[in-house]
Design a binder for this molecule. Structure first.
Ligand code: PLP
Length: 401
């Protein structure tokens, strides 16, 4: 694969506004004027360039963020939504109709799992959940369901940090004319799934991309034709369901996107440091940056150089009670916060099975290898990571007394 640097792709964009402000001006208009009536009609039909119709469709502030996201992702276009789940659900709904099938990784964010397992059925769309580490199992599921329209996975999955083989999965999807939709929320910049064959890349920008935990937001990245189809006034899922991101938020997220590369490097550096220290003291840890991780080589073969192995790391405390005790002590000691979500400048930790994956039935949690004592950390931008390690170790020791 040709070398690609997402951060440089964003930096090369000229983001100035019409008054040469270095940040694009915030456009807080819901509707837009036209100098001539026929231009309005033509814009409705998607026949004009440079005209805005209505902010549920396009808005200049959203466009500025979308151009930067598309540059980062190596896609032609992007569109931004009011949450990550809105991006995921719209991308899925857009591809399927009653009677179609989805093959999804059995290890996804709980909300995504719940949407496919509990919600899509009422529209006649069934999902088969498969272990995506086992490509033969994916091929078998696809063969058993010739009506499959979508293969769905996270690049780095939640919460087990396994890596999906995007090039191979895209071949399987394309072999039957289906689309591969990839949630790259855990690994922006580290992986560029579209460049490896995915058709659509979705994000919860609530996480690393924004990095400030001050809003909920999402993005859908893909070809220009695809993004236009999402906002078609007659048939576009995004235009008709209306999950558009508020332009004020687009403006603040765009400014945060410009520091994403530095943040990702630091999140990764800190997680890698902890992984090595956890290994030294004999904690049962899980981090794809060390060779012991089953997908370390696959990670190496897919990653963009320079951003590390990501800021997510987990330790297994075996029981939910032990995990709870340690998390409470860690919070008191100032390691970070006992909170769901990720990609924040402070460390966040939670017991996955009791929180972000609690929608996944317990027997499936065990089948996918998730221990009930699994603590998932989203490492913050800590300046003294050895001191953080010492606090975590103290918390573990104290909890055992
Ligand atoms: N994808 C992943 C991997 C997530 O962890 C989450 C949320 O936790 C989502 C999607 C949903 O995003 P949002 O909360 O922005 O709707």
């Amino acid at each position: 694969m040709q070398k690609f640097d997402p951060a440089t792709a964003i930096q090369r964009l000229d983001g100035r506004d019409a008054n040469r402000g270095v940040n694009p001006a915030i456009c807080d208009s819901a509707t837009f004027t036209f100098p001539e009536a026929h231009l309005m009609t033509e814009t409705f039909h998607g026949e004009t360039e440079g005209y805005f119709l209505y902010s549920r469709h396009w808005n200049p502030s959203n466009l500025a963020l979308c151009q930067a996201l598309a540059a980062m992702e190596g896609t032609e276009a992007a569109w931004v939504t009011g949450s990550g789940l809105a991006a995921i659900t719209c991308a899925l709904i857009h591809e399927v109709k009653s009677g179609d099938h989805i093959i999804a990784s059995m290890t996804t964010y709980g909300g995504t799992f719940a949407f496919m397992a509990n919600y899509m059925g009422k529209f006649g769309v069934e999902t088969t959940f498969v272990n995506f580490q086992d490509l033969d199992a994916v091929r078998k599921a696809v063969a058993e369901h010739p009506n499959t329209k979508v293969l769905y996975t996270e690049t780095m999955n939640n919460p087990l940090l396994r890596i999906a083989n995007i090039p191979e999965l895209s071949k399987i999807a394309h072999g039957i004319g289906a689309k591969l939709i990839v949630d790259n929320t855990f690994t922006p910049m580290i992986f560029s799934p579209y460049r490896m064959g995915a058709d659509v890349v979705v994000y919860s920008m609530t996480k690393f991309i924004n990095g400030k935990n001050d809003c909920v937001a999402g993005a859908i990245c893909g070809s220009g034709e695809y993004i236009n189809s999402l906002i078609d006034v007659n048939t576009g899922t995004c235009m008709l369901l209306g999950p558009v991101l508020d332009p004020m938020r687009s403006s603040s997220i765009l400014k945060n996107l410009h520091t994403l590369h530095i943040r990702m490097q630091k999140h990764s550096e800190n997680a890698m440091y902890l992984a090595k220290r956890f290994k030294e003291v004999g904690f049962k840890y899980n981090y794809p940056g060390l060779p012991e991780h089953p997908d370390h080589e696959l990670f190496n073969s897919m990653m963009n150089p320079g951003y590390g192995y990501g800021g997510m790391i987990s330790i297994d405390m075996e029981t939910a009670d032990a995990a709870s005790r340690i998390m409470e002590i860690m919070q008191k000691k100032g390691v970070g916060y006992l909170a769901v979500s990720l990609g924040y400048f402070k460390t966040l930790f939670s017991n996955s099975g009791k929180s972000t994956s609690s929608e996944v039935p317990e027997d499936l949690q065990r089948e996918m290898g998730m221990s009930e004592g699994l603590i998932r950390f989203s490492m913050g931008l800590d300046n003294d990571i050895e001191a953080t390690f010492q606090l975590i170790k103290e918390a573990v020791d104290e909890s055992r007394r």
